[in-house]
Design a protein around this ligand. Structure first.
Ligand code: AMP
Length: 118
């Protein structure tokens, strides 16, 4: 069982901020911003690449509610989902990073020169 499934099953502790029948949100253990929440489906899905449109619809509302509840909806925030090896996905259970609470940097994403990729 993956680490986020264990969090869903409450087999390992997490700092939960929101939960409903389908989704769970908890604080990232290694925050990259003043607000850094992970939003996940309770059902195991490997990554964004496998998620259904129906599940995404529910997750979208869930994340909008998280932004409101954490007070970052007015100042702005960022949603990130890393996918696979090149995307930098470490935990193979679909999750969205909800980041905010400060002006976020937009910077260095790759060691390769983007001009050499097109
Ligand atoms: P990713 O690199 O997109 O797969 O992100 C995985 C995230 O999960 C990282 O930001 C980790 O800090 C976070 N993480 C890993 N284990 C835990 C945990 N037990 N509780 C909360 N966050 C975790």
């Amino acid at each position: 069982m993956c680490i986020f499934c264990k969090i869903v099953n409450k087999e390992i502790p997490s700092n939960i901020i929101a939960e409903n029948d389908d989704f769970l949100a908890f604080h990232d253990i290694n925050p990259k911003a003043p607000v850094h929440i992970l939003a996940i489906p309770k059902l195991h899905v490997d990554s964004f690449h496998e998620v259904s449109p129906e599940m995404m619809a529910g997750l979208t509302s869930f994340m909008q509610d998280i932004a409101k509840e954490t007070g970052i909806d007015h100042t702005g925030y960022r949603i990130i989902s890393n996918i696979g090896e090149n995307g930098g996905q470490e935990v193979k259970h679909l999750h969205f990073h909800v980041l905010g609470g400060a002006k976020l940097k937009w910077g260095h994403f790759s060691d390769s020169d983007p001009k050499n990729m097109i």
